[in-house]
Design a protein around this ligand. Structure first.
Ligand SMILES: [Zn+2]
Length: 157
């Protein structure tokens, strides 16, 4: 498997907002389990007989759960699970300055939850121009929204 976030959106997204990450994961053949063995873990993914098994922590805020699932989809779609590799992600893995695959999975999650075209459309055509209203519309944390808006050049700094 080697698909970037845009390709996954093109193939599996129904076009509605917020992006339905659970629906996308289901369409991709994920086995989704809404519990984790350790509450310090946000998400866990591994392949079993070629099927992605994704645990996510459903006790965390919904915006975090959505980012977790998008991040785990990223590990799968980007081919990180080859050779039996698995990931146990804590909130540390969702921050900057992590190893390359964690950064890639975070970038993938941001692009999946906040597609460039959608962000541009909300701001330019729908006049939704505050971080709060954008993050509400896309069901992401304001932190993730600000980071994405900087990356896309809507916010300086
Ligand atoms: Zn990860």
């Amino acid at each position: 498997m080697n698909m970037n976030a845009q390709k996954v959106l093109d193939v599996y997204w129904d076009g509605f907002l917020p992006v339905d990450v659970l629906g996308i994961a289901e369409k991709m053949g994920f086995n989704l389990i809404n519990t984790v063995e350790d509450q310090a873990i946000s998400g866990h993914i591994e392949l079993k007989d070629g099927i992605p098994f994704c645990h996510y922590n459903s006790l965390e805020p919904i915006t975090r759960q959505r980012f977790t699932i998008a991040h785990e989809i990223g590990h799968y779609a980007l081919g990180h699970l080859e050779n039996g590799k698995q990931f146990r992600d804590t909130s540390n893995n969702f921050q900057l300055g992590q190893d390359f695959q964690e950064m890639q999975a975070n970038q993938f999650a941001a692009e999946l939850l906040m597609p460039t075209k959608v962000v541009d459309w909300l701001i330019k055509d729908r006049n939704i121009a505050t971080v709060e209203s954008l993050s509400e519309k896309l069901k992401v944390s304001t932190t993730a929204m600000v980071y994405r808006l900087k990356k896309l050049g809507w916010i300086k700094g």
